[in-house]
Design a protein around this ligand. Structure first.
Ligand code: ADE
Length: 228
């Protein structure tokens, strides 16, 4: 079964609406919708915003539902001039840009308990998502997705992230936490994000204008992936 996690209602509603008679279970205050989507067995949940919220739901999907792939769908702020609003980013790896034990000599993003910074996403899933996105005629890039408990909306924040993660394609607030939980549980994962803003001084204006449509782009890709 595939687990699908989105942070905000707009990021999951297009999936939940299309499920055939889902069985709904509430755990830790989160509704888990289990059933079929495009004929495939799935469990879908809206986790809420931020790394802890996403970790709670990712771990629950693994332990309670035994998911064999976790997909995170939603929107993100672009960190690359080649990635524009409504383009898609598919993770090859994730990192937590706000994890900082650098005063102890560690790299930014270093997860002490695991001894690594970057979590590798599932290559087969990423390949399949990228193929579907190309078939849909959407601009798609594969690479590093970074997450932190911050909405990135200034040049200063952007520069700080890029100084530690120059290859990061986009920033959001949950993907790397899901990557972290999946790594610890040896469960494959893939982060799918459509761009809603450029994580710059205009992000606070762009996000409300473009997040809904960007969410739909990401939802469409998840549906195509399941269909394919
Ligand atoms: N999700 C969408 N845009 C974002 C941004 N600029 N920062 C963090 N998360 C986001």
């Amino acid at each position: 079964m595939t687990g699908i996690i989105g942070a905000m209602e707009m990021e999951v509603q297009g999936l939940v609406e299309r499920m055939e008679e889902p069985c709904i279970e509430t755990i830790s205050g989160i509704k888990f919708y289990q059933g079929r989507l495009m004929g495939k067995p799935v469990v879908v949940a809206q986790c809420g915003v931020g790394k802890v919220a996403a970790a709670v739901v990712a771990q629950t999907m693994i332990l309670r539902y035994g998911v064999d792939l976790l997909v995170n769908t939603g929107v993100a702020g672009s960190l690359s001039k080649d990635v524009r609003i409504f383009d898609l980013v598919i993770s090859t790896e994730t990192a937590e840009h706000d994890m900082d034990t650098s005063p102890l000599g560690d790299e930014i993003g270093y997860i002490s308990g695991l001894g690594i910074v970057r979590m590798k996403a599932d290559e087969a899933a990423a390949e399949s998502f990228a193929r579907q996105a190309e078939a849909m005629g959407i601009n798609v890039r594969r690479g590093l997705v970074v997450s932190g408990d911050q909405f990135i909306a200034s040049e200063q924040q952007r520069i700080k992230i890029k100084s530690s993660f120059p290859d990061a394609l986009c920033a959001e607030m949950e993907g790397a936490s899901i990557g972290h939980v999946c790594y610890q549980n040896s469960v494959p994962f893939c982060i799918i994000r459509a761009i809603s803003d450029n994580a710059d001084g205009e992000a606070d204006m762009d996000f409300p204008s473009f997040a809904k449509k960007a969410s739909q782009v990401s939802t469409q890709l998840v549906l195509k992936y399941l269909e394919g």
